[in-house]
Ligand binder design. Structure first.
Ligand SMILES: Cc1cc2nc3c(=O)[nH]c(=O)nc-3n(C[C@H](O)[C@H](O)[C@H](O)COP(=O)(O)OP(=O)(O)OC[C@H]3O[C@@H](n4cnc5c(N)ncnc54)[C@H](O)[C@@H]3O)c2cc1C
Length: 442
């Protein structure tokens, strides 16, 4: 059997980028009929372009900017973020901490006072916390104060991840939550808009073809195209062979995996018990979302790019609109939405019709849909493992598994192969890093 120098599982952005940066001597297999993983556009109801929920391109790395600009030359449009939070019946711009103006005065006061108390407890006759924060909840309370946590940080993140924030480790805040400045919070409370705050205030999106344009262009640029409709069912690391659905065996020297880590471990023969035990401890939230097509012009509130819903009375945590960003994503006179749900919807999922009605009712309550809108379709989809849970087992278990794989000559990377949190640019970077590691240690 011919031995391939590098075998790559998955033609999502990580696997595609790895193949692109290797340039040669690889085989890239993908179970689906096209590239992109969840970064894929489906055409629904004869002309609605629906990506796997909103996928907006935020590029910070110079090399990745150059790569994407070269792949999609002349096809990228820059957009300014129009993201808001729905709270107490009002819409306030994102990020919450810098935009409390317009909310009820008591809420604004709680948020402002809470931050001041967290930063300067002595001035309020409060004792400074005696220990470092023990979990994510304590971290955000110290960073943002009680008010901002009560109205946004805690309910929104618990809805998104489906777990109590006490279960998430403190290190998560260090990695992902930027410290708000007192100036931003005060200005935001007094109505000096700070909407453009944050790293993702502007983003790029393809002029045509939906977000699929990116993985398609990357796949088309490869010297050896991916093998589509090719699923890996079994991997034997000692024999250095992978078995494909249909029975074909492929021999390899190095392996790059980008499928979700628990699923990959399940395909392996001879996994030590401690690695299986570590894998069993990995947790993640599944996202369920509706793609919705609507005929009608809608009210002003139907035109935000996306809306965060921290309050429990709304079943979804976020409602985004493909067509509000890119009008051509929906036919003339129509609009399209992605409505994301996570923790707490398990019982509703057993009653899909009731869930649809609940979602539509909540969208009307928030004035995203109006009574005259005609619903053309509602398609329910899910994203398994969408948000990895950074609990106390996360770091030790993930490192143990990835180190063991590295010793077996396997790089497992990308958002789910590396069991992490990252965007499309991170996936491109991880693919590049995997290729460079192989090239520098053949
Ligand atoms: C809800 C949500 C919203 C997001 N929004 C944004 C955003 O706005 N902007 C942004 O930059 N990022 C966003 N992301 C992140 C982005 O989706 C990921 O960073 C990116 O898709 C990761 O790509 P990947 O290649 O690592 O994984 P994947 O895309 O999952 O690629 C893995 C590939 O492996 C294939 N595969 C799996 N099993 C097998 C098998 N047995 N055999 C063969 N092939 C297999 C899969 O079909 C898939 O194509 C979002 C993510 C989520 C969950």
């Amino acid at each position: 059997m011919h031995e391939h120098p590098v075998f790559i599982i998955g033609a999502g952005l990580t696997g595609l980028s790895c193949a692109y940066h290797l340039g040669q001597d690889y085989v890239l297999v993908e179970q689906e009929k096209e590239p992109g993983g969840i970064v894929r556009t489906r055409v629904r109801h004869g002309g609605f372009l629906c990506d796997g929920t909103g996928h907006w391109l935020h590029l910070r790395n110079a090399a990745m900017k150059e790569l994407v600009n070269q792949l999609l030359a002349g096809r990228l449009v820059e957009h300014e973020r129009k993201a808001v939070i729905h709270l107490c019946g009002a819409f306030t711009p994102y990020p919450f901490q810098a935009n409390t103006y317009g909310l009820p005065r008591e809420v604004v006061m709680e948020c402002l006072l809470g931050l001041l108390q967290a930063r300067h407890p002595g001035d309020f006759g409060l004792a400074a916390p005696p220990t470092a924060p023990r979990n994510f909840r304590e971290c955000v309370e110290r960073l943002f104060g009680a008010g901002i946590c009560k109205y946004f940080m805690v309910p929104y993140n618990e809805k998104l991840m489906g777990v109590k924030l006490e279960e998430i480790s403190a290190s998560y805040a260090d990695r992902f939550i930027p410290q708000p400045s007192l100036e931003d919070v005060v200005k935001g409370a007094l109505g000096f808009s700070r909407e453009s705050l944050g790293y993702n205030a502007r983003f790029l999106y393809p002029r045509d073809g939906g977000i699929s344009a990116l993985p398609r262009a990357l796949a088309a640029s490869l010297k050896t195209p991916p093998r589509f409709n090719t699923r890996v069912t079994h991997v034997d690391l000692s024999a250095r062979t992978a078995t494909l659905a249909g029975g074909e065996a492929v021999r390899f020297r190095r392996l790059v995996n980008t499928m979700a880590l628990p699923r990959f471990i399940a395909t392996l023969a001879d996994v030590p018990e401690e690695i299986r035990a570590a894998t069993a401890k990995l947790r993640a939230a599944t996202v369920h979302y509706f793609d919705i097509g609507v005929r009608g012009q809608g009210e002003a509130d139907s035109r935000h790019h996306w809306i965060y819903f921290p309050e429990p009375e709304f079943i979804f945590y976020r409602v985004g609109s493909y067509s509000a960003v890119h009008a051509a994503a929906a036919p003339a006179g129509c609009r399209s939405y992605y409505v994301e749900m996570s923790g707490g919807v398990e019982d509703w999922l057993k009653r899909p019709e009731a869930l649809k009605q609940r979602v539509l009712a909540d969208m009307k309550k928030a004035h995203v849909l109006s009574a005259s809108d005609e619903i053309l379709f509602m398609e329910l989809c899910d994203i398994p493992y969408a948000y990895v849970v950074f609990d106390e087992n996360y770091e030790p278990c993930r490192s143990r598994i990835l180190d063991w794989l590295a010793h077996q000559g396997v790089t497992s990377g990308g958002r789910w192969g590396g069991w992490n949190y990252g965007g499309m640019e991170d996936a491109l970077l991880e693919g590049q890093a995997a290729a460079q590691a192989i090239q520098t240690s053949p």
